[in-house]
Design a binder for this molecule. Sequence first.
Ligand SMILES: CC(C)(COP(=O)(O)OP(=O)(O)OC[C@H]1O[C@@H](n2cnc3c(N)ncnc32)[C@H](O)[C@@H]1OP(=O)(O)O)[C@@H](O)C(=O)NCCC(=O)NCCS
Length: 445
Amino acid sequence: MAFDGDLGRSLTTTGGTIMSFMEETQAAIAPARLVRGDETWAQVMNDVAEWAFGGRPHDPRMPPTWGVDFSRVYGVEVDEPGGPVLAAVSSAWSFDIPVPGGRVPAGGLTWVSVRPGYRRRGFLRAMIAAHFQDCAERGEPMSMLCAAELPLYGRFGYGVASQSVSVRIPSGAALRPIPAADAVHVHFDTATFADHDALVQDVRKQAGRSRAARPGWTELVTIGAREQRLTNTDTHLRETERLRVAVARRDGRPTGFALFRRDGKVQANMTESVTAVEEFVATDPASAHALWQSLIGMDLTAAVTVDNEPLDGWLFSLLLNWRAAKPLVCDAIHTRLIDLPAALAARRYAAPVDLVLEVTDPLLPTNTGTWRLHGNRDHAEVTAAPGARPDIVGDIAAFSAAYLGGTGLAVLEDAGQIRETTPDALELLDTALHSYRAPALATDF
Ligand SMILES: CC(C)(COP(=O)(O)OP(=O)(O)OC[C@H]1O[C@@H](n2cnc3c(N)ncnc32)[C@H](O)[C@@H]1OP(=O)(O)O)[C@@H](O)C(=O)NCCC(=O)NCCS
């Protein structure tokens, strides 16, 4: 798993000089420059992000950058007549995520923002190069992100590793009965950091480490991020009630929770109130049933909404008529292998696999080459195999998309991103990569 931090040389040439991705992107933005951030950037980072994303102003009583890990903040500075301007920022979370058969450290790229007026000058590209370098130096063989726009990140070698579903469940919708749900008790409360942080963090951890853990399951990694999740801002309170929590317990032990807010809307004496679930975590199907039942059965609400449900989430096993919930599918986790051999060796395989993979990675050429993957349910090994005849040939985005075991190789083959040179090799690798449960995010970031 160790990575020596040397991302090697890219084949890109500028004026005859061979440059790394990092060098190339920095040269391309000159005289603007890539700079590292620190705590003093809190206000200006928030300003750049507000310009980038629009929306309501930040509540001035709240810290501007909840929980951001300043050791991972980068920006691009531009000299203007009035002095230097911070034109772009990005940060990352240090995740430790489940993958099939193990756990892997991963850099979660976030806060990617470029001020209008400074776009399409290569600032995002420069920050991505810095992020890749940062992940490599920290020994993270993988980067992941949630994309504001789907087409943005493929050019940097990211692939879509999971899909999520948004639903609007009509109030009172019927659930398939689960007898074990009767032993689960649900209690409602107003959510506060002081009262609920330890509890929700404990349930998140249980869910991310149980047999039913999903690859890619992110936990909130800083106290600031956890605090933000359990805090009401002015913006929230202008639109909804305070943050509420439903806690599921079995024999007194917490086994799930849902964080939600209702908007209390009434039109012509008819309730149109929607319960928006912001985070839903259950450690077993019976707890999920008890929580959904208590939310869907709440009086004076028209519907319950939730985003980020996995395609094979328990909600869809339980809802008898899930078509009525108008499911809408979206891309969720985007992954990018920074150190392909280390990442492939860090997971386990659902079926025995012994194949030679030829990988192309124009940005991080240490991944480019021919690798022998030998693995099964208990063991995996990846060795360089220069000169060996490949069974499968593909680009880094394809291997990145398939890594968590939720994106089938057929889709990537059909898109021309991966191909086999040995008959049935793709089907064999697909079976080996498959994850029993689809990858999913605990929360987007
Ligand atoms: C999206 C954003 C970060 C791009 O930053 P940028 O500095 O303009 O991007 P770059 O100049 O480095 O462009 C890199 C590549 O992405 C492409 N690109 C940039 N923005 C794009 C967009 N919105 N849609 C499609 N492609 C885009 C560029 O054309 C360029 O392509 P190339 O590699 O083929 O030359 C910036 O426009 C922004 O802040 N948008 C609003 C906030 C946002 O969406 N953030 C992303 C959160 S995940």
